[in-house]
Design a binder for this molecule. Structure first.
Ligand code: SF4
Length: 454
Protein backbone atom coordinates (compact mmCIF):
# COMPACT_ATOMS: atom_id res chain seq x y z
CA UNK A 1 0.00 0.00 0.00
CA UNK A 2 1.37 3.42 -1.00
CA UNK A 3 2.41 5.66 1.87
CA UNK A 4 1.08 9.18 2.22
CA UNK A 5 2.99 11.99 0.53
CA UNK A 6 0.21 14.59 0.39
CA UNK A 7 1.03 18.07 1.66
CA UNK A 8 -1.17 19.93 4.15
CA UNK A 9 -1.63 22.61 1.48
CA UNK A 10 -2.88 20.17 -1.10
CA UNK A 11 -5.65 19.23 1.31
CA UNK A 12 -6.40 22.77 2.56
CA UNK A 13 -6.52 24.93 -0.54
CA UNK A 14 -7.87 28.42 -1.02
CA UNK A 15 -10.06 28.75 -4.11
CA UNK A 16 -13.51 29.61 -5.40
CA UNK A 17 -16.57 27.48 -4.58
CA UNK A 18 -18.88 25.80 -5.06
CA UNK A 19 -17.25 22.40 -5.69
CA UNK A 20 -13.54 21.66 -5.67
CA UNK A 21 -13.98 18.80 -8.18
CA UNK A 22 -16.06 21.04 -10.42
CA UNK A 23 -14.35 24.42 -10.03
CA UNK A 24 -10.83 24.23 -8.57
CA UNK A 25 -9.84 21.01 -10.44
CA UNK A 26 -11.15 22.14 -13.87
CA UNK A 27 -9.70 25.64 -13.40
CA UNK A 28 -6.28 24.14 -12.65
CA UNK A 29 -6.54 21.76 -15.61
CA UNK A 30 -7.53 24.56 -18.00
CA UNK A 31 -4.72 26.77 -16.75
CA UNK A 32 -2.20 23.94 -17.09
CA UNK A 33 -3.48 23.07 -20.59
CA UNK A 34 -2.88 26.67 -21.72
CA UNK A 35 0.59 26.72 -20.16
CA UNK A 36 1.52 23.48 -21.99
CA UNK A 37 -0.08 24.69 -25.22
CA UNK A 38 1.97 27.89 -25.19
CA UNK A 39 5.11 25.73 -25.23
CA UNK A 40 4.13 24.07 -28.53
CA UNK A 41 5.93 24.85 -31.76
CA UNK A 42 4.86 28.18 -33.25
CA UNK A 43 3.93 26.41 -36.53
CA UNK A 44 1.32 24.37 -34.63
CA UNK A 45 0.04 27.41 -32.75
CA UNK A 46 -0.38 29.35 -35.98
CA UNK A 47 -2.62 26.59 -37.40
CA UNK A 48 -4.97 26.67 -34.38
CA UNK A 49 -8.43 28.10 -34.85
CA UNK A 50 -10.25 26.87 -31.73
CA UNK A 51 -9.97 25.23 -28.32
CA UNK A 52 -12.56 22.60 -27.48
CA UNK A 53 -13.24 21.34 -23.97
CA UNK A 54 -15.30 18.21 -23.29
CA UNK A 55 -16.57 17.37 -19.82
CA UNK A 56 -17.52 13.84 -18.76
CA UNK A 57 -19.06 12.08 -15.77
CA UNK A 58 -20.48 14.23 -13.02
CA UNK A 59 -18.69 17.23 -14.56
CA UNK A 60 -21.17 16.81 -17.38
CA UNK A 61 -24.17 15.87 -15.25
CA UNK A 62 -23.86 18.68 -12.73
CA UNK A 63 -21.16 20.93 -14.15
CA UNK A 64 -23.61 23.61 -15.21
CA UNK A 65 -24.95 23.98 -11.69
CA UNK A 66 -21.49 23.78 -10.16
CA UNK A 67 -20.09 26.60 -12.32
CA UNK A 68 -17.66 24.29 -14.16
CA UNK A 69 -17.88 26.21 -17.43
CA UNK A 70 -16.93 29.52 -15.88
CA UNK A 71 -14.13 27.80 -13.92
CA UNK A 72 -12.78 26.32 -17.18
CA UNK A 73 -13.02 29.69 -18.94
CA UNK A 74 -11.31 31.38 -16.02
CA UNK A 75 -8.46 28.80 -16.12
CA UNK A 76 -8.11 29.14 -19.91
CA UNK A 77 -7.73 32.87 -19.33
CA UNK A 78 -4.80 32.14 -17.01
CA UNK A 79 -6.38 32.41 -13.56
CA UNK A 80 -5.16 30.21 -10.71
CA UNK A 81 -7.70 29.16 -8.04
CA UNK A 82 -5.75 30.52 -5.07
CA UNK A 83 -5.36 33.97 -6.59
CA UNK A 84 -8.53 34.19 -8.66
CA UNK A 85 -10.82 36.84 -7.23
CA UNK A 86 -14.45 35.66 -6.95
CA UNK A 87 -15.58 38.86 -8.70
CA UNK A 88 -13.70 37.67 -11.81
CA UNK A 89 -15.75 34.48 -11.77
CA UNK A 90 -18.99 36.36 -11.08
CA UNK A 91 -18.42 38.27 -14.33
CA UNK A 92 -17.87 35.17 -16.53
CA UNK A 93 -20.32 32.96 -18.38
CA UNK A 94 -23.48 35.06 -18.26
CA UNK A 95 -23.80 34.37 -21.99
CA UNK A 96 -22.58 31.04 -23.49
CA UNK A 97 -21.95 32.84 -26.81
CA UNK A 98 -19.63 35.36 -25.20
CA UNK A 99 -16.18 35.54 -26.79
CA UNK A 100 -12.90 35.50 -24.85
CA UNK A 101 -9.34 36.01 -26.06
CA UNK A 102 -6.97 33.19 -25.07
CA UNK A 103 -3.26 33.88 -24.85
CA UNK A 104 -1.38 31.40 -27.08
CA UNK A 105 1.93 33.22 -26.65
CA UNK A 106 2.72 34.53 -30.11
CA UNK A 107 -0.96 35.20 -30.84
CA UNK A 108 -4.46 35.35 -29.38
CA UNK A 109 -7.21 32.84 -30.08
CA UNK A 110 -10.93 33.52 -29.79
CA UNK A 111 -12.79 31.15 -27.48
CA UNK A 112 -16.56 31.00 -27.16
CA UNK A 113 -18.18 29.91 -23.89
CA UNK A 114 -20.21 27.12 -25.50
CA UNK A 115 -17.01 25.48 -26.77
CA UNK A 116 -17.09 23.88 -23.32
CA UNK A 117 -19.20 20.80 -24.13
CA UNK A 118 -21.11 18.82 -21.53
CA UNK A 119 -20.48 15.31 -22.89
CA UNK A 120 -21.39 11.77 -21.71
CA UNK A 121 -22.16 11.07 -18.04
CA UNK A 122 -21.34 7.37 -18.44
CA UNK A 123 -17.95 6.69 -20.02
CA UNK A 124 -14.91 4.41 -19.94
CA UNK A 125 -12.25 6.87 -18.82
CA UNK A 126 -10.37 5.83 -15.66
CA UNK A 127 -11.82 8.62 -13.48
CA UNK A 128 -15.42 9.78 -13.25
CA UNK A 129 -14.62 13.48 -13.67
CA UNK A 130 -12.74 13.51 -16.96
CA UNK A 131 -11.94 16.54 -19.14
CA UNK A 132 -10.57 16.51 -22.68
CA UNK A 133 -8.92 19.72 -23.85
CA UNK A 134 -8.20 20.01 -27.59
CA UNK A 135 -6.40 22.58 -29.65
CA UNK A 136 -8.03 22.35 -33.07
CA UNK A 137 -7.08 23.59 -36.51
CA UNK A 138 -9.22 23.20 -39.61
CA UNK A 139 -11.27 20.44 -37.95
CA UNK A 140 -8.20 18.42 -36.91
CA UNK A 141 -6.80 17.90 -33.42
CA UNK A 142 -3.40 19.59 -33.16
CA UNK A 143 -2.85 18.87 -29.47
CA UNK A 144 -4.91 17.06 -26.83
CA UNK A 145 -4.69 16.59 -23.08
CA UNK A 146 -6.86 14.27 -20.96
CA UNK A 147 -7.30 15.50 -17.38
CA UNK A 148 -9.06 14.00 -14.38
CA UNK A 149 -10.51 15.95 -11.46
CA UNK A 150 -10.09 13.40 -8.70
CA UNK A 151 -11.71 15.30 -5.81
CA UNK A 152 -10.68 18.04 -3.41
CA UNK A 153 -9.33 20.13 -6.31
CA UNK A 154 -6.62 17.56 -7.12
CA UNK A 155 -5.99 16.83 -10.79
CA UNK A 156 -4.23 14.13 -12.73
CA UNK A 157 -3.77 13.60 -16.44
CA UNK A 158 -3.09 10.79 -18.88
CA UNK A 159 0.49 9.71 -18.30
CA UNK A 160 0.56 11.47 -14.90
CA UNK A 161 3.46 10.54 -12.65
CA UNK A 162 3.93 11.54 -9.04
CA UNK A 163 6.06 14.70 -9.08
CA UNK A 164 9.40 14.54 -7.38
CA UNK A 165 8.97 15.61 -3.80
CA UNK A 166 10.73 14.92 -0.58
CA UNK A 167 10.22 11.62 1.18
CA UNK A 168 8.16 11.89 4.37
CA UNK A 169 10.27 11.37 7.47
CA UNK A 170 7.59 9.06 8.90
CA UNK A 171 6.07 6.80 6.25
CA UNK A 172 2.55 5.55 6.92
CA UNK A 173 -0.36 4.40 4.80
CA UNK A 174 -2.94 3.82 7.52
CA UNK A 175 -3.72 4.72 11.11
CA UNK A 176 -2.08 1.57 12.53
CA UNK A 177 1.26 2.56 10.96
CA UNK A 178 0.87 6.19 12.02
CA UNK A 179 0.25 5.05 15.61
CA UNK A 180 3.42 2.95 15.59
CA UNK A 181 5.47 6.00 14.57
CA UNK A 182 3.90 8.06 17.35
CA UNK A 183 4.73 5.43 19.94
CA UNK A 184 8.28 4.84 18.65
CA UNK A 185 9.18 8.51 18.19
CA UNK A 186 7.46 9.89 21.28
CA UNK A 187 6.25 12.77 19.14
CA UNK A 188 2.79 14.30 19.40
CA UNK A 189 0.63 14.00 16.29
CA UNK A 190 1.04 17.60 15.15
CA UNK A 191 4.81 17.39 15.63
CA UNK A 192 4.98 14.33 13.40
CA UNK A 193 2.75 16.01 10.80
CA UNK A 194 4.98 19.09 10.87
CA UNK A 195 8.16 17.04 10.42
CA UNK A 196 6.62 15.18 7.47
CA UNK A 197 5.42 18.43 5.90
CA UNK A 198 8.90 19.92 6.15
CA UNK A 199 10.41 16.79 4.58
CA UNK A 200 7.84 16.60 1.75
CA UNK A 201 7.69 20.28 0.79
CA UNK A 202 11.05 21.64 1.95
CA UNK A 203 9.21 24.43 3.78
CA UNK A 204 10.48 25.61 7.17
CA UNK A 205 8.39 25.37 10.36
CA UNK A 206 7.82 29.14 10.25
CA UNK A 207 6.65 28.99 6.64
CA UNK A 208 4.25 26.14 7.40
CA UNK A 209 2.82 27.98 10.40
CA UNK A 210 2.39 31.12 8.33
CA UNK A 211 0.57 29.21 5.59
CA UNK A 212 -1.64 27.48 8.18
CA UNK A 213 -2.49 30.85 9.73
CA UNK A 214 -3.51 32.08 6.28
CA UNK A 215 -5.74 29.02 5.82
CA UNK A 216 -7.36 29.70 9.21
CA UNK A 217 -7.84 33.36 8.31
CA UNK A 218 -9.61 32.51 5.00
CA UNK A 219 -11.79 30.02 6.89
CA UNK A 220 -12.75 32.67 9.43
CA UNK A 221 -13.43 35.23 6.72
CA UNK A 222 -15.76 32.85 4.91
CA UNK A 223 -17.73 32.35 8.15
CA UNK A 224 -17.76 36.07 8.95
CA UNK A 225 -19.01 37.01 5.48
CA UNK A 226 -21.59 34.21 5.56
CA UNK A 227 -23.13 35.24 8.89
CA UNK A 228 -23.40 38.84 7.76
CA UNK A 229 -24.93 38.28 4.35
CA UNK A 230 -28.60 37.91 3.51
CA UNK A 231 -30.40 37.27 0.24
CA UNK A 232 -30.81 34.57 -2.35
CA UNK A 233 -27.99 32.35 -3.60
CA UNK A 234 -27.17 32.25 -7.31
CA UNK A 235 -28.94 29.70 -9.52
CA UNK A 236 -32.50 28.75 -10.40
CA UNK A 237 -33.41 27.18 -7.03
CA UNK A 238 -33.80 30.59 -5.43
CA UNK A 239 -32.46 29.31 -2.10
CA UNK A 240 -32.41 31.91 0.65
CA UNK A 241 -29.38 32.24 2.86
CA UNK A 242 -30.14 31.25 6.47
CA UNK A 243 -26.84 31.64 8.33
CA UNK A 244 -27.40 35.25 9.34
CA UNK A 245 -30.85 34.52 10.83
CA UNK A 246 -29.45 31.62 12.85
CA UNK A 247 -26.53 33.74 13.97
CA UNK A 248 -28.80 36.61 15.09
CA UNK A 249 -30.89 34.15 17.13
CA UNK A 250 -27.81 32.55 18.67
CA UNK A 251 -26.51 35.98 19.64
CA UNK A 252 -29.83 36.91 21.20
CA UNK A 253 -29.59 33.75 23.31
CA UNK A 254 -25.98 34.67 24.24
CA UNK A 255 -24.92 31.37 22.65
CA UNK A 256 -26.34 29.56 25.67
CA UNK A 257 -28.34 26.31 25.55
CA UNK A 258 -29.85 25.88 22.06
CA UNK A 259 -28.14 29.18 21.21
CA UNK A 260 -24.76 27.42 21.19
CA UNK A 261 -25.94 24.90 18.59
CA UNK A 262 -27.62 27.65 16.60
CA UNK A 263 -24.27 29.43 16.57
CA UNK A 264 -22.41 26.33 15.35
CA UNK A 265 -25.05 25.76 12.66
CA UNK A 266 -24.79 29.41 11.60
CA UNK A 267 -21.00 29.31 11.33
CA UNK A 268 -20.92 26.10 9.25
CA UNK A 269 -23.78 27.29 7.05
CA UNK A 270 -22.23 30.75 6.68
CA UNK A 271 -19.03 29.36 5.12
CA UNK A 272 -21.06 26.87 3.10
CA UNK A 273 -23.33 29.63 1.74
CA UNK A 274 -20.24 31.57 0.71
CA UNK A 275 -19.08 28.46 -1.12
CA UNK A 276 -22.46 28.17 -2.87
CA UNK A 277 -22.09 31.81 -3.92
CA UNK A 278 -18.81 30.88 -5.66
CA UNK A 279 -16.76 32.97 -3.24
CA UNK A 280 -13.40 32.24 -1.66
CA UNK A 281 -13.28 29.27 0.67
CA UNK A 282 -10.82 26.65 1.89
CA UNK A 283 -11.26 23.06 0.71
CA UNK A 284 -11.55 21.09 3.94
CA UNK A 285 -11.22 18.54 2.47
CA UNK A 286 -13.43 19.69 -0.44
CA UNK A 287 -15.33 22.85 -1.34
CA UNK A 288 -18.69 21.10 -0.95
CA UNK A 289 -17.71 20.41 2.66
CA UNK A 290 -16.09 23.82 3.21
CA UNK A 291 -18.37 24.78 6.11
CA UNK A 292 -17.71 22.03 8.67
CA UNK A 293 -14.15 22.75 9.82
CA UNK A 294 -14.43 26.59 9.61
CA UNK A 295 -17.59 26.35 11.72
CA UNK A 296 -15.70 24.40 14.37
CA UNK A 297 -12.66 26.72 14.15
CA UNK A 298 -15.02 29.61 14.89
CA UNK A 299 -16.44 27.73 17.90
CA UNK A 300 -12.95 26.95 19.20
CA UNK A 301 -11.73 30.50 18.79
CA UNK A 302 -14.78 32.56 19.74
CA UNK A 303 -16.46 30.35 22.32
CA UNK A 304 -13.74 28.11 23.76
CA UNK A 305 -10.88 30.62 23.90
CA UNK A 306 -8.58 28.33 21.90
CA UNK A 307 -5.20 29.87 21.19
CA UNK A 308 -3.82 30.25 17.65
CA UNK A 309 -1.25 27.48 18.10
CA UNK A 310 -3.92 25.11 19.45
CA UNK A 311 -6.03 25.67 16.33
CA UNK A 312 -3.01 25.17 14.08
CA UNK A 313 -2.18 21.93 15.87
CA UNK A 314 -5.81 20.79 15.69
CA UNK A 315 -5.83 21.51 11.97
CA UNK A 316 -2.71 19.37 11.50
CA UNK A 317 -4.37 16.54 13.44
CA UNK A 318 -7.45 16.87 11.23
CA UNK A 319 -5.22 16.69 8.13
CA UNK A 320 -3.94 13.29 9.26
CA UNK A 321 -7.54 12.02 9.12
CA UNK A 322 -8.13 13.62 5.71
CA UNK A 323 -4.93 12.04 4.33
CA UNK A 324 -5.94 8.60 5.57
CA UNK A 325 -9.43 8.89 4.05
CA UNK A 326 -8.01 10.12 0.75
CA UNK A 327 -5.32 7.44 0.65
CA UNK A 328 -7.52 4.49 1.56
CA UNK A 329 -10.96 5.49 0.25
CA UNK A 330 -11.77 8.81 -1.40
CA UNK A 331 -12.73 12.39 -0.57
CA UNK A 332 -14.74 12.81 -3.77
CA UNK A 333 -18.55 12.78 -3.85
CA UNK A 334 -18.26 11.52 -7.44
CA UNK A 335 -16.31 8.47 -6.22
CA UNK A 336 -17.94 7.51 -2.90
CA UNK A 337 -20.87 9.89 -2.31
CA UNK A 338 -21.15 12.53 0.39
CA UNK A 339 -19.69 10.24 3.06
CA UNK A 340 -16.32 11.13 1.45
CA UNK A 341 -16.99 14.88 1.59
CA UNK A 342 -19.12 16.00 4.55
CA UNK A 343 -18.47 12.64 6.26
CA UNK A 344 -14.70 13.06 6.08
CA UNK A 345 -14.95 16.78 6.96
CA UNK A 346 -16.94 15.84 10.06
CA UNK A 347 -14.39 13.20 11.00
CA UNK A 348 -11.53 15.68 10.51
CA UNK A 349 -13.46 18.29 12.49
CA UNK A 350 -14.04 15.91 15.40
CA UNK A 351 -10.32 15.11 15.48
CA UNK A 352 -9.48 18.83 15.41
CA UNK A 353 -11.81 19.56 18.32
CA UNK A 354 -10.37 16.77 20.48
CA UNK A 355 -6.76 17.61 19.64
CA UNK A 356 -7.11 21.38 20.02
CA UNK A 357 -8.75 20.82 23.42
CA UNK A 358 -5.65 18.90 24.51
CA UNK A 359 -6.96 15.34 24.50
CA UNK A 360 -4.49 12.55 23.89
CA UNK A 361 -4.16 10.79 20.59
CA UNK A 362 -6.57 7.89 21.25
CA UNK A 363 -9.42 10.31 21.99
CA UNK A 364 -8.62 12.16 18.76
CA UNK A 365 -8.77 8.96 16.72
CA UNK A 366 -11.98 7.86 18.45
CA UNK A 367 -13.64 11.21 17.80
CA UNK A 368 -12.71 10.94 14.11
CA UNK A 369 -13.93 7.36 13.93
CA UNK A 370 -17.29 8.10 15.57
CA UNK A 371 -18.00 11.04 13.26
CA UNK A 372 -17.15 9.07 10.10
CA UNK A 373 -18.99 5.93 11.22
CA UNK A 374 -22.23 7.89 11.41
CA UNK A 375 -21.89 9.28 7.91
CA UNK A 376 -21.38 5.87 6.24
CA UNK A 377 -23.60 5.40 3.21
CA UNK A 378 -24.36 9.09 2.83
CA UNK A 379 -25.21 9.74 -0.82
CA UNK A 380 -24.46 12.76 -2.96
CA UNK A 381 -27.60 14.03 -4.73
CA UNK A 382 -27.40 17.80 -5.12
CA UNK A 383 -30.70 19.22 -6.33
CA UNK A 384 -30.37 20.60 -9.85
CA UNK A 385 -26.63 19.99 -9.65
CA UNK A 386 -26.21 22.99 -7.32
CA UNK A 387 -24.10 22.71 -4.16
CA UNK A 388 -26.99 24.08 -2.11
CA UNK A 389 -29.60 21.42 -1.28
CA UNK A 390 -28.71 19.27 0.66
CA UNK A 391 -25.14 20.56 0.88
CA UNK A 392 -25.47 23.72 3.00
CA UNK A 393 -27.57 22.23 5.81
CA UNK A 394 -25.50 19.06 5.51
CA UNK A 395 -22.40 21.05 6.44
CA UNK A 396 -24.22 22.23 9.56
CA UNK A 397 -25.18 18.64 10.38
CA UNK A 398 -21.57 17.54 9.78
CA UNK A 399 -20.29 20.19 12.18
CA UNK A 400 -22.83 19.26 14.86
CA UNK A 401 -22.01 15.56 14.48
CA UNK A 402 -18.31 16.38 14.73
CA UNK A 403 -18.92 18.30 17.95
CA UNK A 404 -21.02 15.44 19.30
CA UNK A 405 -18.40 12.85 18.30
CA UNK A 406 -15.81 14.92 20.17
CA UNK A 407 -18.09 15.02 23.25
CA UNK A 408 -18.65 11.24 23.19
CA UNK A 409 -14.97 10.41 22.60
CA UNK A 410 -13.75 12.77 25.30
CA UNK A 411 -16.32 11.65 27.89
CA UNK A 412 -15.78 7.89 27.99
CA UNK A 413 -12.77 5.65 28.49
CA UNK A 414 -10.92 5.68 25.15
CA UNK A 415 -10.16 1.97 25.51
CA UNK A 416 -13.88 1.12 25.23
CA UNK A 417 -13.94 2.01 21.53
CA UNK A 418 -14.61 -1.16 19.49
CA UNK A 419 -14.14 0.26 15.98
CA UNK A 420 -10.92 1.88 14.83
CA UNK A 421 -10.49 4.51 12.12
CA UNK A 422 -8.86 2.15 9.59
CA UNK A 423 -11.91 -0.13 9.74
CA UNK A 424 -14.40 2.65 9.20
CA UNK A 425 -12.38 4.10 6.28
CA UNK A 426 -12.33 0.61 4.72
CA UNK A 427 -16.10 0.39 5.19
CA UNK A 428 -16.49 3.80 3.52
CA UNK A 429 -14.44 2.66 0.50
CA UNK A 430 -16.51 -0.53 0.13
CA UNK A 431 -19.81 1.30 0.61
CA UNK A 432 -18.71 3.83 -2.01
CA UNK A 433 -17.83 1.06 -4.46
CA UNK A 434 -21.26 -0.54 -4.01
CA UNK A 435 -23.15 2.76 -4.24
CA UNK A 436 -25.12 3.29 -7.44
CA UNK A 437 -23.71 5.90 -9.79
CA UNK A 438 -27.03 7.75 -9.33
CA UNK A 439 -25.88 8.81 -5.86
CA UNK A 440 -22.40 10.01 -6.78
CA UNK A 441 -22.76 13.66 -7.67
CA UNK A 442 -24.71 13.03 -10.88
CA UNK A 443 -28.02 14.52 -9.62
CA UNK A 444 -29.76 11.51 -11.16
CA UNK A 445 -31.16 10.01 -7.98
CA UNK A 446 -32.31 10.61 -4.42
CA UNK A 447 -33.21 14.11 -3.33
CA UNK A 448 -32.17 15.54 -6.71
CA UNK A 449 -35.04 13.60 -8.30
CA UNK A 450 -37.66 13.79 -5.58
CA UNK A 451 -37.32 17.55 -5.18
CA UNK A 452 -37.43 18.12 -8.95
CA UNK A 453 -40.49 15.91 -9.26
CA UNK A 454 -42.45 17.80 -6.58
S1 SF4 B 1 -24.26 16.26 -1.41
FE1 SF4 B 1 -22.28 16.30 -0.33
S2 SF4 B 1 -20.80 15.44 -1.77
FE2 SF4 B 1 -22.62 16.02 -2.94
S3 SF4 B 1 -22.23 18.09 -3.70
FE3 SF4 B 1 -23.33 18.29 -1.75
S4 SF4 B 1 -21.72 18.46 -0.18
FE4 SF4 B 1 -20.71 17.68 -2.04
Amino acid sequence: MAYITTSLFELFKVGPGPSSSHTIGPMKAACQFMETTRELDTKILNKADMVEVRLFGSLSATGMGHGTRRAVISGLLGNHPESCHPDVLDELDHDPDQEYQLDLGPRKLTFIGNEVIFDAVQHDYPYSNTMIFRLMGNGETLFEQEYYSIGGGFIRWKGWKETQRGEPEFKYANMAELKKHLVMSGLRLHELMLRNEMAITGLSEEEINEKLDNIIMVMERSVEKGIQTEGVLPGPIGLRRKAKTLYDKAKKAHFQGPGFLKGLNAYAMGASEENAAGHCIVTAPTAGAAGVIPGLVFILKRHMSALSHEIREGLMASAAIGFLAKNNASISGAEVGCQGEVGVASSMGAAMMAYARGYRFQVTENAAEIALEHHLGLTCDPVGGYVQIPCIERNAMGAVKAYNAYLIASSVDAAYQMVDLDKVIKAMAETGRDMSQKYKETSQGGLALSVTEC
